[in-house]
Design a binder for this molecule. Structure first.
Ligand SMILES: [Zn+2]
Ligand SMILES: [Zn+2]
Length: 108
């Protein structure tokens, strides 16, 4: 994984220039000059470029949607997805904020 727009924490990780204008692999919105995030190698056939993700969008993929964190999604017998009326990016930011506020509850 490579990071952009973010201070390096781990010297093993690579920092790359922000891929301004490329679509985020989660929300499909373009990466802006001031955004932070990471790129993840696209798993598939052939040589495909790394896919950039906004930091919050990457975290949304790690933590799950807001409904998942609140145990209202299909994993827990519910039927909620990302909140209606929000763009995927807004939903990712909401999920990340919720995770930050509640992460002391869970060891991972
Ligand atoms: Zn995004
Ligand atoms: Zn879930």
């Amino acid at each position: 994984m490579k990071w952009f727009g973010i201070a390096l924490v781990d010297p093993e990780e690579t920092r790359i220039p922000t891929p301004v204008g490329q679509s985020c692999g989660f929300c499909q919105e373009p990466i802006g000059a001031g955004d932070r995030g990471c790129t993840i190698p696209h798993v598939g056939d052939g040589p495909v470029p790394d896919v950039p993700y906004h930091f919050e969008c990457h975290m949304r993929l790690v933590t799950g949607s807001l409904a998942h964190q609140q145990h209202r999604c299909s994993c827990y017998g519910g039927d909620e997805h990302d909140p209606p009326g929000m763009t995927l990016r807004q939903a990712a930011q909401a999920a990340f904020r919720y995770w930050l506020d509640h992460r002391e509850d869970r060891p991972c």
